[in-house]
Design a protein around this ligand. Structure first.
Ligand code: 4AD
Ligand code: MG
Length: 504
């Protein structure tokens, strides 16, 4: 049998609509096995994967698949049949195969790989179904963000990446040589966006931002994508509402369009379904009281005990499985056991680290002093107490950026908001009302040791029709991590840039 020119090219995702038809697919081999008389080839094409079955009587096609390893690229043709047991509900009875390129020894197999290895192979790792699911959810969240601002009459304004100075503290600036003068990669588009808000009212920007973060945490990238709205005449209560509407829209959109991907990642969907406005609100001072409260500490000790018990149970489960493995058996059963043992060991290792550190975190929470910034640990503890994102406002001025508006009711604090995602994920949004008073702003810059000269254009916004205004920034990768239920931010961007990683 040769390829019939008439067989139409289809995407795997559309196959359920073509049962009984002869179609052509183009893609890559994810796996294949053979019983001698029949071959099962799992083909993926980016839109999904499809089991293709080739019988030995179709000699040419059968032989073409000889020696083709994982990720060999091919064209395959055959009839689509209903198959309720396969994921898409269909399979292909194939009788034509054309190999485009033979791939052998693809570095990533189904066995467990270490994270460093996978990161080095990131360009190939993206082909795994898990990574593809994460990328699709990232796409959806970005799409939903644009949709949200579009539907609410915001104008997209692109802000520059080369900038003359700092907006979020000089400590995390990346300096580049700009024709002999220093320039800096954007930490935020905000200052430019403020001037656009004075022109257009409601604006947003979306682009890559850069921070020379010398911290190796699961929440920090050196290059991340931020979506930032900025609105003239919007004050803190309005910003709180905008942030909860925005986040609810993102999460509900992912649930609507990417349910299968979220399920594939093992995400607890009920946790996402709960993400509906209104969100709980605390001032910073209330949050500090909470960190000190006996009720919280009772809860934390109970959690610690329960996790200790869980670790012990996991340890016995591992020993149990190891015994079974020692006893031996069918190869596929042994492989499955081995995978399960490895997964349990990884989980236990992480849990043990948590158990080791948590007592210190609990002590830190108890002794937290008003005026300090919340670290990741305080954020984790606070955000675990709620089933929706927590909006914390009015932080001490000393730990926040120069542009944040002073709180007239308590001048020690500013009119800002941080939104902490639940389940311990922590800050996904940071923002504030902006200081619109020229004199106060100048004073603030002086206190911070900033030279006002490069900021004259920014100060002009306070000279020519200054009005109350505000906005915030949402980090896409942290949002992806939370929505997907991932522990580390590094899988939430196609090619992560971390303190210790520039390759590939
Ligand atoms: O809180 P940040 O620093 O706020 C700003 O940059 C403001 N200028 C935004 C504004 O008001 N227009 O950052 C905002 C968000 C954080 O909440 C977090 O989600 C993300 O950006 N973010 C990072 N994400 C990954 N890696 C990093 N190093 C990040 N730093 C901030
Ligand atoms: Mg912040």
């Amino acid at each position: 049998m040769t390829a019939s020119d008439s067989a139409p090219l289809r995407q795997i995702s559309e196959l359920p609509n073509h049962i009984g038809e002869r179609v052509r697919l183009r893609g890559w081999i994810r796996a294949q096995r053979s019983s001698g008389k029949i071959r099962f080839v799992e083909v993926r094409d980016g839109s999904g994967s499809c089991q293709c079955i080739i019988e030995a009587s179709d000699e040419a096609a059968f032989q073409a698949l000889d020696g083709q390893g994982i990720e060999s690229s091919l064209i395959i043709e055959g009839e689509i049949r209903e198959e309720p047991r396969s994921p898409g509900g269909v399979e292909m009875g194939a009788n034509f195969v054309e190999i485009l390129q033979t791939s052998q020894d693809f570095p990533i197999s189904r066995k467990e790989h270490g994270i460093d290895f996978l990161m080095q192979q990131r360009h190939l790792w993206l082909r795994s179904p898990r990574q593809a699911a994460i990328l699709r959810i990232r796409h959806r969240l970005i799409q939903a963000a644009r949709e949200f601002f579009d539907e609410n009459d915001f104008t997209l304004v692109d802000t520059p990446i080369f900038q003359p100075g700092a907006a979020e503290g000089a400590g995390t600036l990346f300096e580049v040589d700009y024709f002999g003068n220093p320039a800096y990669l954007a930490q935020t588009g905000q200052l430019y966006l403020e001037s656009a808000a004075m022109a257009l009212g409601k604006v947003y920007c979306f682009g890559p931002t850069f921070r020379a973060e010398k911290s190796k945490t699961r929440r920090h990238l050196t290059e991340f994508w931020m979506i930032e709205p900025e609105v003239a005449f919007l004050e803190l209560p309005g910003l709180q509402e905008l942030s909860e509407q925005f986040i609810s829209h993102l999460v509900q959109s992912a649930l609507k369009h990417n349910r299968a991907d979220l399920e594939f990642l093992g995400r607890d969907l009920s946790k996402l379904e709960a993400i509906q406005a209104p969100f709980p609100r605390l001032t910073y001072s209330e949050a500090v009281d909470m960190l000190h409260s006996p009720e919280l500490h009772e809860k934390l000790s109970a959690e610690l005990e329960a996790e200790q018990a869980r670790a012990e149970a996991m340890q016995s489960e591992i020993e149990e499985k190891e015994k079974l493995h020692k006893a031996g058996g069918k190869a596929w059963k042994m492989e499955k056991l081995q995978r399960e043992i490895q997964a349990l060991r990884d989980e236990l290792k992480e849990l043990e680290i948590w158990l080791q550190n948590q007592p210190a975190h609990i002590e830190d929470a108890k002794s937290f002093t008003w005026g300090d910034d919340f670290g990741g640990d305080e954020e984790t503890i606070l955000s675990k107490q709620f089933d929706r994102p927590l909006i914390v406002s009015e932080y001490p001025a000393g730990v926040k950026a120069f542009y944040m508006k002073q709180n007239d009711e308590d001048p020690r604090t500013v009119l800002n908001l941080d939104v902490l995602a639940p389940e311990g994920y922590g800050e996904i949004i940071g923002g504030s009302q902006r200081e619109e008073n020229l004199d106060i702003l100048l004073e603030k810059m002086k206190e911070e040791g900033m030279d006002p000269e490069p900021y004259q254009w920014y100060l002009d916004l306070r000279r020519y029709g200054s009005v109350p205004h505000g906005g915030f920034g949402l980090g896409i990768e942290r949002t992806v991590a939370w929505v997907c239920g991932l522990k580390h931010i590094r899988e939430c961007i196609p090619f992560p840039r971390l303190m210790g990683r520039m390759q590939p």
